[in-house]
Design a protein around this ligand. Sequence first.
Ligand code: AHG
Ligand code: MN
Ligand code: MN
Length: 337
Amino acid sequence: MTNTNQKKTLGEFIFENQAAFPYSTGELSKLINAIRLAAKITNHEVNKAGLVDILGDAGNTNIQGENQQKLDVYANTKFIQTLKQRGIVCGIASEEEEDFIAVNSQDGKNNNQYVVLIDPLDGSSNIDVNASVGTIFSIYRRISAVGQPVQLEDFLQPGKNQVAAGYIMYGTSTILVYSTGNGVNGFTLNPALGTFYHSHPNMRFPEQGNIYSVNEGNYVHFSDGVKKYIKYCQKEEGDRPYSSRYIGSLVSDFHRNLIKGGIYMYPRIGPTQKGKLRLTYECNPMAFLTEQANGAASTGSGRILDVEPKTLHQREALFCGNTEMVKKLEAFIAEKD
Ligand code: AHG
Ligand code: MN
Ligand code: MN
């Protein structure tokens, strides 16, 4: 992004592209605009983190039993506040909240169509080492009748029902990447102007991927198929060995792989062989973006977007990135497990 004057702003892009969206275009545009605003507010705070005494543990644990960092709380509050205040959604679910939040209008009814699910601060353990973190969002049309209180079933839809999804990465630059089902577009924040510019049009995984991203500290817990695939990545043959790159922040690892080509893996671990990432807040939005960018996203044995969520905070294995890499991994799993 050299000359921002030549790039469209996110506001212009939303306005110009809303006609291509099949339903309630105005509402969805307002919703993306609200996310844009909350992203700017959170970005401001994330950037200040090293300067003010805001680092560290807020002293609470979230529903997953993990320590919450202060910025998790901040981002959670700001995203929920912004979405509520603008009266544009009927419900919100957050990784940091035990239950979903029903948003009621003043007359007690809610005529809005959309629910939003968010991971307000992803990769939060990276905050105190000044590595990049992100926000992930996922948007569905409600299933329950408009005008009635929102229901749990509105949030427990398979990922293929998403109407939009995206992330904000608070990195060396802040970038907002999203899709409404018509390709993936990225917008870089010019901090001096507070404006997002269309820096990454029509993002797609490159033809070839040569990066694998996984926490190899968990190697002994992986299934034989996953272990065999990792050995395959490391083998000297053809375009391999692939490079191993892992930040420990899904948004950042995904973003790098989307631009450079690669596979992100969070396999099942531990005695119960469960995934770590949350299906609704992390796997589904990333899977939606992956498919929109010509990649594939899998549980290891099936399409992420086809999984029917049973609970709000359910965990799932995630393998996503270049289609050939994900297919290869699935073949190893099918062969060995
Ligand atoms: P969150 O900060 O929202 O809890 O998410 C952390 C997630 C994800 O961002 C990252 O890819 C993964 O946890 C890292 O896990 P490990 O430290 O187990 O590798
Ligand atoms: Mn996360
Ligand atoms: Mn989080």
